[in-house]
Design a protein around this ligand. Structure first.
Ligand SMILES: NC(=O)C1=CN([C@@H]2O[C@H](COP(=O)(O)OP(=O)(O)OC[C@H]3O[C@@H](n4cnc5c(N)ncnc54)[C@H](OP(=O)(O)O)[C@@H]3O)[C@@H](O)[C@H]2O)C=CC1
Ligand SMILES: O=C(CO)COP(=O)(O)O
Length: 320
């Protein structure tokens, strides 16, 4: 099976670098100039500076052609996924599509796999998610991730094919749980960053992580996911990573909000749109999502982190 990666940002490039140690990988960038520069320099200077491409990695701006034996990793931001699939439907035909994005689409409330089934019904698909920073993967550091596919046999094949020397894949058929874990942890990470950025302390962060995790489980249950999945790499694992490391863009956005600083709007921060998508969806599901609602209020600068935390503390007391 040949492998192509769609999207030459930080994560797509990192996956391509790791996979290229096993066999040839094609990395697609939409910008021809950037593709040429990367191919010449053997480095993605914009997104992963200082990390050399291995010989098996080829970069180009010609969109790869799908076939029955092709695997296409979709490493574009969540809110761009539908557009890319619609635009490239013909080229993607026949390939196994592996979504590598984390989030919920604004408007539809759909996760990455629902967007694939909506736009390309019948296309074989899976999700790659879990705790990993692109630069860690690209530098060959050890990671453990989740490969979610509702078709168990397909999941096994992809687990084999996409595991590398430094990416150990666990598989699950609970695609809803895996999608939700990866999407919702980013929302909690923004809240945790805001708490730390505002000087509210590590105890406040622990409270937000734990009660945020309760929200993740609540929503996952309501949508038919297995709560066990949320306790795995794609949920708890990624929550811990993202809420505790300044390598995370979601956490860094929170830090900026907490510290009253601006944040570069060109940086991919999946949790911002996802928080709004989740807050819009929760009432239909009859869900109380106070931390998600608080994150939306922080993003809109409708409340300060200190007031937000005071309001959370003042909610009616309840059993854990
Ligand atoms: N970075 C990380 O550590 C990790 C990221 N992820 C997930 O991977 C996904 C991608 O994130 P990441 O790679 O970090 O983001 P980046 O911002 O680093 O890169 C985004 C990439 O998508 C491309 N892109 C954006 N819009 C389009 C479009 N409409 N058509 C084609 N290409 C497009 C960008 O191209 P251009 O440069 O031309 O704008 C760029 O190559 C996210 O969902 C993220 O949550 C998951 C795990 C780890
Ligand atoms: O998903 C990630 C870690 O697993 C990357 O986090 P950020 O998108 O917040 O940088």
């Amino acid at each position: 099976m040949n492998i192509s990666v769609i999207g030459a940002g930080a994560f797509g490039t990192a996956l391509a670098i790791s996979l290229a140690a096993k066999g040839p990988v094609r990395l697609w960038a939409r910008d021809a100039g950037q593709a040429r520069e990367m191919q010449e320099r053997r480095e993605n200077a914009r997104y992963l500076p200082g990390i050399a491409f291995p010989p098996g990695l080829e970069v180009g701006a010609d969109f790869p052609q799908g076939s029955e034996h092709a695997i296409m990793l979709l490493a574009v931001p969540m809110q761009q996924l539908r557009g890319v699939l619609n635009e490239r439907a013909e080229a993607l035909d026949g390939a196994v599509l592996v979504a590598c994005c984390k989030g919920i689409e604004l408007g539809s409330g759909a996760g990455p796999l629902s967007v694939i089934t909506d736009t390309l019904p019948g296309a074989p698909h899976a999700l790659l998610t879990g705790p990993s920073f692109a630069s860690d993967i690209a530098r060959g550091l050890p990671t453990a991730l989740t490969l979610a596919a509702s078709d168990a046999a397909q999941g096994r094949r992809l687990q084999e094919r996409l595991s590398t020397r430094n990416i150990r894949l666990y598989r699950t058929t609970d695609v809803i749980g895996a999608e939700l874990g990866g999407a919702l942890k980013n929302v909690v990470a923004i809240g945790c960053g805001a708490a730390i950025g505002a000087g509210l302390g590590a105890s406040a962060r622990a409270a937000l992580m734990t009660r945020g995790y309760a929200e993740m489980q609540r929503m996952a249950r309501a949508m038919g996911a297995r709560t066990r999945t949320l306790a795995g790499l794609s949920g708890f694992g990624d929550l811990v990573l993202t809420c505790t490391s300044e390598q995370s863009r979601n956490y860094r956005l929170g830090l900026a909000i907490g510290g009253g600083r601006e944040f570069d709007s060109g940086i991919t921060v999946e949790g911002a749109a996802t928080a709004r998508a989740v807050a819009a969806r929760a009432p239909d599901l009859g869900l109380d999502m106070p931390i998600t609602d608080t994150v939306v209020a922080l993003l809109d600068r409708r409340v300060t982190p200190a007031d937000a935390m005071a309001r959370l503390l003042a909610r009616p007391l309840k059993e854990e």
